[in-house]
Design a protein around this ligand. Structure first.
Ligand SMILES: *Cc1c(COP(=O)(O)O)cnc(C)c1O
Length: 481
């Protein structure tokens, strides 16, 4: 492809993306394809001969796009979906077009410095304490590949710190301390926590939650005290601000206060979705005590209109990150003379090569301004409240979470079975996509408001479909169990 063709196809694809978003409502949110559908259209071998780009685009627009679940459709109310905005897409475009790797300052000075600056912006926008802001502390932020990776990295850092302290000057191998280490989190923590413990080869205790889905802090304390008595080393506690299932906020103040007295514990907060809500100062009360965390993470793509992916983490003392993950081979260290204050992001994560993700955060934050982002967040939260009000007006249904953010958990009062049937029937229609969750042993449906273009009419349309479907499946009256 030459430059002329690149410009031609590039402009056509921008037009395509814009038309796609503007007309997304003409499609069903869920595609009507069966597993394996794509192999009917795409050959099992790559062609030997170059193919005209026009042909590739043609197949992309038809066959490939037929198999897309439309995450930015106003009736995609399933997962905390990927963000999307035009400035964010342009940020991704430039990132792809420059194709640079941000691992050493010298390999990408602007990318390195921008990452540091926008993560300070982001931390300040959410009201994080000065301890996490690079210009005023020994802490700071870094972009990782996912929230799961942020959690894993925080655990690796905690593990490395704990083992170092246990080992002291002895020459016993690090691995012999693994069996001593215990991590803790709630049963409603994201499954990424379990995965991190699997990779870290340490025990994990999943603590029960209360009726609102918040970790039971008394049980957490009891488990830690018992482990200490048994000679084990509690080394990692993770709290969640905005659980995936029901957006519950763990009591980080109580947890933080307790953890402070046990020096072996690293306290991490997973706010992959919920931490973004603190861009609204009036919601910061739900994060009271979060300044006590050693590290925290959030996905800008889950609420703030930044395109997928954009997982940020902040650490109070970056030295621990460097201790656990820093690598200093000759070919990576001898390129810049003045190393004072220079960040080499490779030392703060698992990957060496890292994408220039900061660009899209910069584009989005500046294009919307904090005011614009706040009004988007307020809009989606208000719409969730409106949806909640609709559910509460129909006494066949109940709302089972505290609706503080953009998520409403609801169910048919009568039974799990009927609620499951309701969800299955709606999913079959392909017009509305929601996923289930469970609280207090009961099955419920999550209705999540995320997309920038969500309006009240979408809430009403979704609710009409839910009500009609409920009427058809409740052909027998419910007995109140
Ligand atoms: C989405 C989510 C995660 C996992 O996010 P990834 O970036 O997909 O790994 C972790 N924790 C919470 C609370 C989440 O909502």
């Amino acid at each position: 492809m030459n430059a002329v063709e690149f410009k031609k196809h590039g402009k056509a694809l921008i037009d395509f993306l814009s038309d796609y978003i503007e007309n997304i409502e003409t499609r069903n949110v869920l595609p009507s394809v069966e597993p394996g559908f794509l192999s009917k259209f795409i050959k099992s071998e790559c062609s030997e001969k170059p193919e005209p780009f026009e042909d590739i685009i043609k197949d992309f627009k038809s066959n490939f796009m037929d198999g897309i679940t439309h995450e930015h459709h106003p009736h995609y109310n399933a997962y905390f979906s990927s963000g999307l905005s035009y400035p964010g897409t342009l940020g991704e475009l430039v990132c792809a077009g420059l194709s640079v790797a941000v691992f050493n300052w010298i390999n990408c000075p602007a990318g390195t410095e921008l990452e540091n600056i926008v993560l300070d912006w982001y931390a300040k926008a959410m009201g994080l304490s000065e301890d996490f802001i690079s210009t005023s502390s020994v802490g700071g932020g870094v972009l990782q590949n996912s929230a799961s990776e942020c959690i894993l990295i925080s655990m690796i850092v905690a593990r490395s710190k704990a083992i170092k302290e246990l080992k002291g000057t002895s020459d016993v191998h690090e691995s012999s301390f693994l069996q001593n280490l215990v991590a803790y989190g709630s049963k409603h923590a994201n499954c990424a926590l379990e995965k991190a413990a699997k990779v870290s080869l340490t025990k994990i205790r999943m603590i029960d939650v209360d009726d609102n889905g918040k970790i039971n802090v008394d049980l957490l304390k009891e488990a830690i005290v018992n482990d200490l008595k048994a000679g084990l080393t509690p080394y990692y506690v993770m709290a969640t601000l905005g659980t995936t299932g029901t957006t519950a906020f763990d009591n980080v103040f109580e947890i933080g206060r307790f953890c402070k007295n046990i020096p072996s514990i690293w306290f991490h907060i997973d706010g992959a979705y919920g931490l973004n809500a603190f861009i609204l100062p009036e919601l910061r009360k739900y994060g009271k005590g979060m300044e006590m965390a050693d590290s925290l993470n959030v996905n800008a793509c889950k609420m703030l209109l930044v395109n997928f992916d954009s997982s940020a983490m902040w650490v109070k003392n970056l030295k621990y990150l460097d201790n656990a993950l820093g690598i200093k081979p000759v070919y990576l260290t001898h390129q810049h003379q003045n190393t004072n204050g220079v960040i080499d992001y490779r030392n703060y994560g698992i990957s060496l090569g890292r994408r220039l993700r900061a660009l899209k955060l910069w584009f989005v934050f500046r294009s919307y301004g904090l005011t614009g982002l706040r009004s988007h967040v307020r809009n989606i939260f208000n719409l969730a409240k409106k949806f909640e009000a609709l559910v509460r007006k129909d006494n066949r249904f109940e709302v089972v979470n505290e609706v503080n953010l953009g998520l409403v958990n609801f169910r048919l009062r009568c039974s799990d079975v009927k609620t499951k049937e309701l969800l299955a029937e709606i999913t079959r229609s392909r017009k509305l996509f929601m996923v289930p969750s469970e609280i207090n042993g009961k099955f419920n449906i999550r209705y999540c408001v995320i997309a920038e273009r969500m309006e009240e009419r979408h809430i009403q349309e979704a609710w009409n479909l839910i009500q009609q479907t409920a009427t058809t499946i409740l052909y027998t009256p419910c007995s109140n169990i």
